[in-house]
Design a protein around this ligand. Structure first.
Ligand code: ADP
Length: 237
C-alpha cells in the first residue's frame, strides 16, 4: 500500500504486511513517552503538521526553531563567522539570508554548516524530551520536526517516523511567496528522494488533499501510536 493509493499512512515492515487487517498493531515504543520524528521535503507540510499535533496534545519541537536559537549562541556564531567571514554575522546577529546564499550554492559549505549544527540540534531535542518526561502531567506524545531526519541518521532517536510528501509542483506553488524560483530549486535539489524516505518511515502521507485530510491522517496516526503502548523499558522509565 502506498500513501498515494490509500491516502493514509503506510506502516512499514512487519506491520505493513498486516496493514490490510483492520486491527494491526504498531510496535510498542521504548521511551517513557512515544517519540515521533516528522520529516519531509521543503513545502511538504511539516510545520503545518506540527501545529496540528500540538493541537492534539503532543509536545512539539522544531529543528528550524532550534537552529534559530543556536545562531544566537556566541560560540556558534563565532564558529560560523570564523569559517564564512564576518559578513554572515553583521550587526551581531546572524544574517541568515547571506548564510543561505553561500551554503545553498556550495554543497561542501552546506555540509560544513550541517556538521556544526546537527549534533547540537540532536542534543537539544534529547534535552527537551527529558524535560517533557519529567513534566506533570506528561504529554501523551513528543513530536519533533527534523527536515534531515534520515540524511543525518537521527531517525534512531525516535520510536516512530513519519514522512510527508507532495509533488514538487505543489511544493513550489506553496512556497512561491517565500522563496525565489532559484532559491527553491537549490533547496529542492539537495534532498533525499522521497521514495527512500517513504521506505524508511513508519508512516507516510501524501499531503495533497487539503489541510483537513492532513489533520485527519495525523489524528489516526496519533491514535495508532498511543494504542501501541510501551515496552517494559518504556513503561518503567
Ligand atoms: P514545510 O514546513 O514542510 O516546509 P509548511 O507546513 O510550511 O511546509 O507548508 C508550506 C505551505 O503549504 C504553508 O503555507 C502551508 O499552510 C501550506 N500547506 C501545508 N499543507 C497543506 C495542505 N494539505 N493543503 C493546503 N496547503 C497546505
Amino acid at each position: 500500500m502506498t500513501p498515494s493509493e490509500s491516502g493514509r499512512g503506510a506502516p512499514r515492515g512487519a506491520a505493513a504486511a498486516e496493514s490490510a487487517a483492520p486491527s494491526f498493531v504498531m510496535n510498542p515504543h521504548t521511551h517513557a513517552i512515544p517519540r515521533l520524528g516528522l520529516t519531509g521535503g521543503i513545502g511538504s507540510g511539516k510545520s503545518t503538521a506540527l501545529a496540528y499535533l500540538s493541537e492534539m496534545g503532543a509536545a512539539v519541537i522544531s529543528s528550524d526553531a532550534i537552529v534559530h536559537e543556536l545562531y544566537e549562541q556566541p560560540e556558534i556564531a563565532a564558529a560560523i563567522s570564523g569559517h564564512f567571514g564576518p559578513d554572515v554575522t553583521g550587526q551581531g546577529a546572524m544574517d541568515r539570508a547571506a548564510l543561505a546564499r553561500i551554503v545553498f550554492a556550495d554543497d561542501a559549505e552546506l555540509a560544513w554548516l550541517e556538521a556544526l549544527l546537527h549534533p547540537h540540534v540532536r542534543r537539544r531535542i534529547e534535552e527537551w524530551a527529558a524535560v517533557q518526561e519529567r513534566a506533570d502531567p506528561q504529554p501523551a506524545l513528543l513530536a519533533a520536526e527534523v527536515p534531515l531526519l534520515f540524511e543525518t541518521d537521527a531517525a534512531a532517536d525516535f520510536d516512530y517516523t513519519l514522512v510527508l510528501t507532495a509533488p514538487v509542483g505543489t511544493r513550489r506553488r506553496r512556497l512561491a511567496s517565500k522563496f525565489t524560483a532559484s532559491d527553491l530549486a537549490r533547496r529542492l535539489a539537495r534532498q533525499m528522494p522521497e521514495a527512500e524516505k517513504i521506505a524508511r518511515s513508519d508512516f507516510a502521507f501524501e499531503n495533497v488533499g487539503g489541510r483537513r485530510a492532513l489533520r485527519d491522517f495525523l489524528g489516526e496516526t496519533v491514535a495508532r501510536i498511543l494504542a501501541a503502548g510501551a515496552t517494559d523499558a518504556g513503561a518503567r522509565a
